[in-house]
Design a protein. Structure first.
Length: 85
C-alpha cells in the first residue's frame, strides 16, 4: 500500500498520537528531508585558479592581463612536461 512506510513507522512508534496525525507528520517530515537533500551547486568557475592566483599576487597588473599571462604560463608548463616520442 501507498502508506506502508508510515504504517510500519507508526507500529514501531510509541503510538502517542493517533495514526492519521502520525501519518501526516511522517509524510511532512519525509518531504522536508528530501527537500533538504536537493543538490547544491558546487561548480567551480573556469578561471578560478587564475582568480585565486591573482588574489595572492601583488596585483601589479590588472586582472585581464594577469589572467592571460597566468594561462600562457600554465600551458607552457604543461607542454614542457609532456614526453616527446
Amino acid at each position: 500500500p501507498y502508506d506502508a512506510a508510515a504504517k510500519l513507522a507508526y507500529e514501531a512508534s510509541d503510538k502517542s498520537m493517533n495514526y492519521a496525525d502520525f501519518k501526516a507528520k511522517y509524510e511532512a517530515d519525509a518531504v522536508a528531508m528530501v527537500i533538504s537533500k536537493q543538490p547544491v551547486d558546487v561548480s567551480i568557475p573556469y578561471d578560478a585558479a587564475a582568480k585565486l592566483a591573482y588574489e595572492a599576487s601583488d596585483k601589479s597588473m590588472d586582472y585581464d592581463d594577469f589572467k592571460a599571462k597566468y594561462e600562457a604560463d600554465a600551458v607552457a608548463m604543461v607542454t614542457s612536461k609532456q614526453t616527446k616520442d
